[in-house]
Structure formats: structure tokens, C-alpha cells
Write a protein that binds this ligand. Sequence first.
Ligand SMILES: CC(C)(COP(=O)(O)OP(=O)(O)OC[C@H]1O[C@@H](n2cnc3c(N)ncnc32)[C@H](O)[C@@H]1OP(=O)(O)O)[C@@H](O)C(=O)NCCC(=O)NCCS
Length: 116
Amino acid sequence: MAGYYTLAASSVRADDLPPEILKRLPRYPVLPTVLVGRLAVDRGFRGKGLGSVLLADAALRVLKGDVKAFALIVDAKDENAAAFCRHQGFRPFTSRPTTLFLPLGTIKKGVDAEVI
Ligand SMILES: CC(C)(COP(=O)(O)OP(=O)(O)OC[C@H]1O[C@@H](n2cnc3c(N)ncnc32)[C@H](O)[C@@H]1OP(=O)(O)O)[C@@H](O)C(=O)NCCC(=O)NCCS
């Protein structure tokens, strides 16, 4: 196996989000997200774009799914993982810098799908 990830329904508290993100979302105290877990690429396949492809695949599955979420979430296990996610456009939560989110609205522009 060259790489893998898992997806799990998750949520974040609205007051954990920066105001510029929050103002574009429904005014709920808790917002639905999808947690991308265990994202990893076999050492022999790294540096060839597979990690990016796996994340794009995760985003498309969520965008095309029936259960809506406003963002992908990752729990970075170390600074290397966090740096990869930041490079992919994820932003850290101010209250928890090792947890990062990627608003799916930023991806949706190029996808014929409907999301919050
Ligand atoms: C992090 C990981 C998934 C990256 O996989 P990969 O297939 O080597 O990554 P890609 O080849 O798709 O890299 C895509 C881009 O991210 C960049 N990148 C890769 N690793 C990076 C890192 N640690 N920090 C910053 N940028 C990184 C690449 O330079 C590339 O940039 P470009 O598109 O501008 O050329 C892989 O190194 C891995 O499995 N690490 C161990 C597990 C882990 O940390 N998982 C992350 C959990 S959040």
C-alpha cells in the first residue's frame, strides 16, 4: 500500500474559528467538520505528490457526500505533519495549534457540488 487516510465525522466550536471564517457560516454554536486521520504515505512513495492527492481525494469525497461539513480537520502529530498541512492550505486553530482546518468553500469553487 502506497498511502492511506481515514475520514470521521467531527465538529468544532464556532468560537474556536477566526471571525473572517465565522462570518461566512451559519450561526450555530457547533459546526460540522470531517476529521482526516492517519494520513500517511509509504516512505518509498513520498515526495511524488501522493500526499496532496490523498488530501484532495478526501476533500472531494466530503464535498460530494450527502453529509455536509464546512471544513476538513487534521490533528498533526508533530511539526513536520503540521508544516505539510499548512503547505496544503490548512490553518491552525488559535486555541490548539496542532489541530488545523481547511474550509471546503475554498475548494468548492472548482467542484460541481453543494456544501454549507
Ligand atoms: C506528510 C506526508 C503525508 C506527505 O506525503 P508526500 O506524498 O511526501 O507529500 P507530497 O509529495 O504530496 O507533497 C506535496 C507538497 O507538500 C510539500 N511537503 C511535503 N512534506 C512537507 C512537510 N513536511 N512540510 C512542508 N511541506 C511539505 C511538498 O514539498 C509538496 O510541495 P509542492 O506541491 O509545492 O511541490 C508524508 O511525508 C508522511 O506520510 N509523513 C508521515 C505521516 C504524517 O506526518 N502524516 C500527516 C498527518 S497530518
